[in-house]
Design a protein around this ligand. Structure first.
Ligand SMILES: NC(=O)c1ccc[n+]([C@@H]2O[C@H](COP(=O)([O-])OP(=O)(O)OC[C@H]3O[C@@H](n4cnc5c(N)ncnc54)[C@H](OP(=O)(O)O)[C@@H]3O)[C@@H](O)[C@H]2O)c1
Length: 270
């Protein structure tokens, strides 16, 4: 991002955030609006979306549009295109997720395919749609929310981790391709973060004391700060150190073993 340009002139006047009703998506919407950008908030949960949107509207004074859409549906983009017609979306945050926890053999194929629809197909379609428009205008930003589980095999969330690897690699690749068109792309890897989705997965935190849980606000602030500066970013200094060691120093087998031990402590009873 050119230093002299403000965040809102670089990535405004509108942002679109998926999975915006709660968790990191709500926090992305809040912080983006606080930076002077209007937000289209997309989620499945109509009531929670309306409540979060009203809070953000009051706090920021920005225009906030809500859109209840199921991203797993093949035609979801038509609803988004209809509602955003005439709005200049300068920032896309692809954040929504469907990622149940459990042993691969014990989970159904339907839910695995739903994860592919929400975590892979929907981000691809959204990026395809909005990157074309941003490139034509010569400016914009895209944040693809991945996960630290994208960096090595991660038992108990095997399919989820694989979908997150797709997002990371797509974002890093597009970081190069779209940069020359004036569009910044970031693959963002939160560490473990206290969100409703994470808490509902019922991690056994007392057994997994080595896991440092971050709060949504500093996590999102890191993502917005990293956009335009680098191709990907891991939130939290401790997480960056852990993944430097497991990604660059440890043999692959040992890194997968470390992830397996952490996940086993958190979810080993599932
Ligand atoms: N929290 C963590 O520890 C953590 C760690 C690493 C990466 N991440 C990543 O951070 C992102 C946000 O995670 P989070 O913890 O904030 O999740 P969250 O609390 O579960 O919130 C995700 C939101 O996405 C919505 N969503 C799910 N399926 C959808 C669909 N088909 N259509 C529209 N909206 C849908 C959810 O609605 P429902 O509640 O109805 O499903 C929910 O409001 C995800 O990409 C996740 O992979 C999180």
């Amino acid at each position: 991002m050119a230093k002299q340009q403000s965040f809102s002139s670089r990535y405004g006047p509108w942002a679109l955030v998926t999975g915006a009703a709660r968790g990191l998506g709500a926090e992305f919407s809040r912080q983006i609006a606080a930076k002077g950008i209007n937000v289209v908030m997309v989620d499945l949960l109509a009531d929670e979306l309306a409540r979060t949107a009203e809070d953000i509207r009051k706090a920021s004074g920005r225009e906030i549009v809500t859109l209840t859409v199921d991203l797993s549906q093949p035609d979801f983009i038509e609803k988004i295109k209809q509602r955003t017609d005439g709005l200049e979306i300068g920032l896309l945050v692809s954040n929504a997720v469907y990622g149940p926890v459990g042993k691969f053999l014990e989970r159904g194929l339907d839910e695995k395919l739903r994860s592919i629809a929400v975590n892979v197909r929907a981000p691809l379609v959204l990026v395809h749609e909005f990157a074309i428009r941003m490139a034509a205008r010569g400016r914009g930003g895209i944040i693809m929310v991945s996960s630290a589980s994208a960096m090595q095999g991660t038992p108990y969330v095997a399919n989820y981790a694989a979908t997150k690897a797709y997002n990371l690699i797509l974002a890093e690749s597009l970081w190069v391709e779209l940069r020359e068109k004036g569009v910044d792309v970031l693959g963002f890897m939160p560490g473990t973060t206290r969100t409703p989705g994470y808490m509902e997965s019922k991690p056994q935190m007392e057994r997994a004391k080595i896991v440092k849980v971050m709060e949504p606000a500093p996590t999102v602030a890191e993502a917005l700060n990293a956009l335009g500066r680098r191709p990907s970013h891991i939130a939290g200094r401790g997480n960056r150190l852990t993944f430097f060691i497991s990604g660059k120093i440890m043999p692959r087998r040992a890194a997968i073993g470390l992830a397996a031990r952490m996940l086993d402590k958190m979810y080993g009873n599932k």
